[in-house]
Design a protein around this ligand. Structure first.
Ligand SMILES: Nc1ncnc2c1ncn2[C@@H]1O[C@H](COP(=O)(O)OP(=O)(O)OP(=O)(O)O)[C@@H](O)[C@H]1O
Ligand SMILES: [Mg+2]
Length: 290
């Protein structure tokens, strides 16, 4: 592969490993420097749908306060993997899993664990924004509080804080009573992020959160992700290599080579785009397949 320095536009559509590496190294940060807990780890995670072995032996560490991008061709198990992290996978009929998911060293699958609590600690944002359309913007943001049994002294303050952190406050502060469904797609996605933040999760899982959005909304959400990573651990699935380069500290490449999906390699994002260890990763990030 070529490591020739790029002088042209680094944001062009064609995937250029060295230019993506430059984008990635421009926001390098040292993980684990803040008191945010020890983060998230998966140990030997497998997943099945009935007899179909969808995911094999996934071992990954997500340091607290970092953003990790999960990349790989369609069907390699990225969504399945993140659904095992917050225990959503087991609610699919016929689905099974094996392995451990450790949040601050504690297995979220340990017997007696309250699944609702896990979902509150590990929030999720989906591909398609899913606000409650007939609830107001304000009600949407605060809708998880009851479930979380969170006592809040001042709901207005929390509302403003979450909308601010999600990068939406300025656009909606004068119409908090309007329906969630009255917002644009990009605004709805930021509303969903604000809703996820209101219950104060430690981890935020995002499954292609920008795939239905225009470039402006996408950049807004990417900025939001960078800010949020100061205080939480973020795992984002994306098919967009530029997005992985712009937003993530680490990138994990998944692949299903005829068998179950596997994690081929995980490394600092700039390394994945400049000197991947595995030929298959290089082929993927240079656009040779997938
Ligand atoms: N609900 C389900 N029932 C049965 N099989 C499923 C189900 N969901 C996913 N699978 C299978 O599990 C494998 C992994 O799917 P998954 O959705 O995790 O892939 P993905 O990497 O997220 O793909 P994409 O990039 O297209 O979203 C695929 O073979 C898929 O067909
Ligand atoms: Mg998916």
């Amino acid at each position: 592969m070529s490591n020739t320095p790029e002088s042209e536009n680094t944001m062009e559509t064609a995937v250029r490993p060295s230019s993506l590496a430059d984008v990635a190294s421009s926001h390098n940060k040292v993980p684990g420097t803040r008191a945010l807990g020890t983060g998230l780890e998966t140990r030997g995670v497998h997943a099945w749908f009935g007899k179909h072995h969808a995911l094999a032996d996934i071992n990954l560490d997500f340091a607290a306060g970092t953003v990790t991008a999960l990349i790989g061709p369609s069907g390699c198990g990225k969504s399945t993997f993140i659904r095992t992290i917050n225990r959503m996978h087991e609610f699919i009929p016929g689905a099974a899993m094996a392995g451990e998911v450790l949040l601050d060293g504690k297995d979220v699958y340990a017997p007696g664990t309250d699944v609702t609590k896990i979902r509150l600690q590990i929030g999720m944002v989906f591909q398609k924004p899913n606000p409650f359309p007939s609830m107001s913007i304000g009600e949407n943001v605060l809708s998880g509080l009851k479930l979380a049994q969170l006592k809040v002294d001042n709901k207005d303050d929390l509302l403003e804080e979450c909308l601010e952190r999600a990068g939406l406050w300025n656009e909606v502060k004068d119409r908090l009573g309007a329906h969630g469904g009255s917002l644009s797609g990009g605004q709805q996605q930021r509303l969903c992020i604000a809703r996820a933040l209101a219950v104060r999760p430690q981890v935020l899982l995002m499954d292609e959160p920008c795939s239905a959005l225009d470039p402006g909304s996408t950049l807004r959400i990417e900025e939001t992700i960078r800010h949020l990573s100061d205080t939480m651990t973020i795992v984002i699935v994306t098919h967009n290599m530029q997005q992985a380069a712009r937003v993530s500290d680490y990138t994990a490449f998944f692949l299903s080579d005829g068998g179950p999906g596997q994690m081929i390699e995980c490394a600092p994002t700039s390394d994945i785009f400049s000197r991947p260890q595995d030929q298959r990763t290089e082929n993927y990030v240079t656009g040779r397949f997938g």
